[in-house]
Design a protein around this ligand. Sequence first.
Ligand code: FAD
Length: 316
Amino acid sequence: MSEILVLVEQVEGEVKKVTLELLTLARSLGTPSAVWAGPGLTAEAKARLAEYGADKIYVAASSDIVDYVVAPKAELLAQLVAATSPAAVLVAATSEGKEVAGRLAVKTDSGVITDAVGLGEGFVADQSIFGGGINVQSKVSKGTPIVAVRPNSTAPEAAPAAGAEEEVSVTLSDAAKAARIVERVKQEKGARPELTEAAIVVSGGRGVGSADNFSIIEGLADSLGAAVGASRAATDAGWYPHQFQVGQTGKTVSPQLYIAAGISGAIQHRAGMQTAKTIVAINKDPEAPIFELADYGVVGDLHQVVPQLTEEINKR
Ligand code: FAD
């Protein structure tokens, strides 16, 4: 079976769920090899990658890879593509992953597909385009297919493989060292799941009314083990931090369940959430555009509906 390179996303040595999803997807199309970019591959991380099907783990342990912004990862992958001629390269469709994908496509003179929500035979991708307004099937017609796949597009399934470690030394060009990282600020890791990886997201919009009222959105999220999101109206008002904004200029989420409370459903918000598998809208205006998109809708005041829902879920 042909080799498929999967760029590992990790935080402090912990492999992110999206990587397990990519390995699972790669297994359906070939033999996955994980690419660990930078130092810090732990025994646990190695075991996790092998558990989810990495036949090989390429390790480029040079700290240069993580000391400079994004470009070294594209250079590492380009060197691996030249050396191994893989059938495809998969990365997560995160902001970093998409930048790596674009840079890699230029370096390898290949085509790139971003925001794929599925990938099938012949590397034909289901892709969400124009801010999520249209779904198409796309295929790279030149070079090595490079596909950035959205988190939550595939359910991760374990299937143990060898996980044979192979060291890779990378020679970085001056261009790859153009922007050095000078400081890393650690964000508090809350008890809630990471927004882009969460299976359930509960988001609040202008209808929430204030920063204090966001506690009812958090209450519902916590009853479901969900992440909290917000519309731009809510983040711009300072009611919730910008890092939780969902939409065109925020994060893209593709959870199993997305609950939008007090959100009208503007195109820029939809761009970040409309590939969610099930969408529930709570809005007091029956004409709100979000209802065109929703699988289930509740017309009502969120200040009454959300606490009732939370109470009911907590009873179960
Ligand atoms: P509104 O549109 O004001 O809707 C509030 C909704 O709450 C209404 O439907 C109302 O009926 C309902 N409501 C009010 N009170 C209650 C209540 N008590 N109970 C139930 N329902 C209630 N937006 C994003 O979200 N993400 C983005 O990334 C983003 N990027 C943008 C980029 C650009 C270039 C531009 C121009 C805009 C962008 N926007 C983005 C803004 C977007 O156009 C909308 O303005 C924004 O999404 C509106 O947020 P909202 O739905 O919370 O507010």
